[in-house]
Design a protein around this ligand. Structure first.
Ligand SMILES: Nc1ncnc2c1ncn2[C@@H]1O[C@H](COP(=O)(O)OP(=O)(O)OP(=O)(O)O)[C@@H](O)[C@H]1O
Length: 275
């Protein structure tokens, strides 16, 4: 379907979920034998992992190991890269989102993404959130106002911006801009949030606020976060996945990974011996 003809309130068609594909209702994602290629080069090598609902999963590993490539495959952002292709299955609540008939606009509403560098639109704080809601078909001013406030509150930003909603989003600090981007994602009512180094460009105080927010968001959403910050992974995540050269080397409870990893390479990486 051409995106311009999509109904504004696009939702994923769950009729494509086969009875056998949902094996565990506690899982938001089941990744099965996933390979990701850029042209002939394989960047992610046959990985499988299950992601639980209402959990935070940290993806760690040295630069170029495939963390972001994997993260971007989950809401089909790699479709935008010429030559990128994925093989295997990513079951999102049982639906294989790598299938041909997936409405990627609807998918990206349910699986939202926040990037390393805050990227608010050059519009007002209010419009940054209202714009996406209007695009999703919500037109009534009173309804928009409620949803904007709700999203900003959930992103722990409302108190800081409620008196300047119509000022430019670009007048906010980096940390506030990042929380605005998180609020914009929340407004779409996602089930899963993909965070690609969301606080690496922030000062320590803003970083702490974003970390606090991520832990709070876990009550409502499942979160996958790429981070180079071992302290951050150990502070906020429930599970940690260690990637190396496109392979998933170890995936386990964060406490286990950071105190008693099963694989020597994991131990060497988290203790800073390479990467
Ligand atoms: N658009 C692209 N085209 C071709 N190759 C790419 C592209 N993006 C990433 N790659 C390659 O895929 C591999 C994995 O890259 P990726 O960005 O996923 O790693 P990463 O672990 O997220 O790294 P970093 O921590 O530096 O962000 C690397 O070898 C990289 O050069």
């Amino acid at each position: 379907m051409n995106t311009s003809t999509l109904p504004r309130t696009a939702v994923l068609n769950r009729e494509q979920i086969s009875e056998t594909s949902v094996t565990n209702k506690d899982l938001i994602l089941q990744v099965k034998d996933l390979d990701i290629y850029y042209g002939e080069k394989r960047a992610v090598n046959t990985i499988s992992m299950d992601i639980e609902k209402n959990s935070i999963t940290a993806l760690i590993g040295p630069s170029g190991c495939g963390k972001s490539t994997f993260l971007r495959s989950i809401n089909r952002m790699n479709d935008l890269i010429p030559g990128a292709k994925a093989k295997g299955e990513i079951l999102y609540e049982g639906l294989n989102i790598l299938g041909d008939n997936i409405d990627v606009v609807a998918l990206r509403k349910e699986i939202g993404m926040v990037f390393q560098k805050p990227n608010p639109f050059p519009k007002s704080i209010y419009e940054n959130i209202a714009h996406a809601l209007k695009f999703a078909g919500i037109k009534k001013k009173s309804e928009l106002e409620v949803l904007v406030e709700e999203s900003l509150t959930k992103a722990a930003l409302w108190d800081e911006v409620k008196d300047r909603l119509h000022k430019s989003a670009l007048s906010l600090s980096g940390g506030q801009q990042q929380r605005l981007c998180i609020a914009r994602t929340i407004a779409m009512k996602p089930s899963l949030m993909l965070l690609d180094e969301p606080s690496s460009a922030l000062d320590p105080i803003s970083n702490a606020k974003v970390e606090e927010l991520i832990v709070e968001l876990k009550k409502e959403y499942s979160i996958l976060i790429v981070t180079h910050n071992m302290g951050q992974a150990s502070r906020i995540s429930d599970k940690t996945a260690f990637f190396l050269s496109g392979d998933l080397i170890e995936f386990d409870a964060t406490e286990k990974i950071f105190t008693n990893p099963s694989v020597k390479k994991t131990e060497e990486y988290i203790s800073g011996r390479f990467g």
